[in-house]
Write a protein that binds this ligand. Structure first.
Ligand code: ATP
Length: 137
């Protein structure tokens, strides 16, 4: 499919990287379909990351993702999910390739600047988590 979902995470919003990251996204060939700055409560962050609830880092991740505002976006491009994961780079910025968003903006494996959906199905679920039908153009 041709859509993916991303969040600019709290550390990157705090550091004033909204513009820089969005520029890399647009220059990477993605079109912004929906965009909002918002904040996740711990309950909503817990729900968003429910698939990770058995992982040892789950509580830290929920606390981190609810620690400040985030920017949520739906993005459009051919082969969006795979191409976006290529653009963001490895989860751990120490392993992220040159030219990726995480190489440039991520601080650590947790505070890694951006989220990217890992499947078409999750892209749909995650976009629906933040956006109504009247917020996508
Ligand atoms: P995302 O789902 O945010 O795009 P990802 O698919 O690269 O990231 P996952 O393994 O799904 O990585 O982990 C989800 C998020 O949990 C990571 O982006 C990161 O913020 C956090 N995380 C992952 N591994 C660790 C870890 N070992 N310690 C702390 N936080 C972690």
């Amino acid at each position: 499919a041709n859509k993916t979902f991303t969040m600019i995470k709290p550390d990157a919003v705090q550091d004033n990287y909204i513009g820089g990251i969005t520029q890399m996204i647009e220059e990477g060939g993605f079109r912004v379909v929906a965009l909002k700055k918002t904040r996740l409560t711990p309950e909503r962050a817990g729900k968003f990351y429910e698939v990770h609830k058995e992982r040892p880092f789950y509580n830290d991740l929920v606390n981190y993702m609810s620690s400040g505002p985030i920017v949520a976006m739906i993005l459009e491009k051919d082969n969006a999910v795979a191409d976006f994961r290529k653009l963001i780079g490895a989860t751990n910025p120490a392993q992220a390739e040159e030219g990726t968003i995480r190489k440039k903006y991520a601080k650590s494996v947790e505070a890694n600047a951006v989220h990217g959906s890992d499947s078409d199905e999750n892209a749909q679920i995650e976009g629906d988590f933040f956006f109504g039908e009247d917020e996508r153009f």
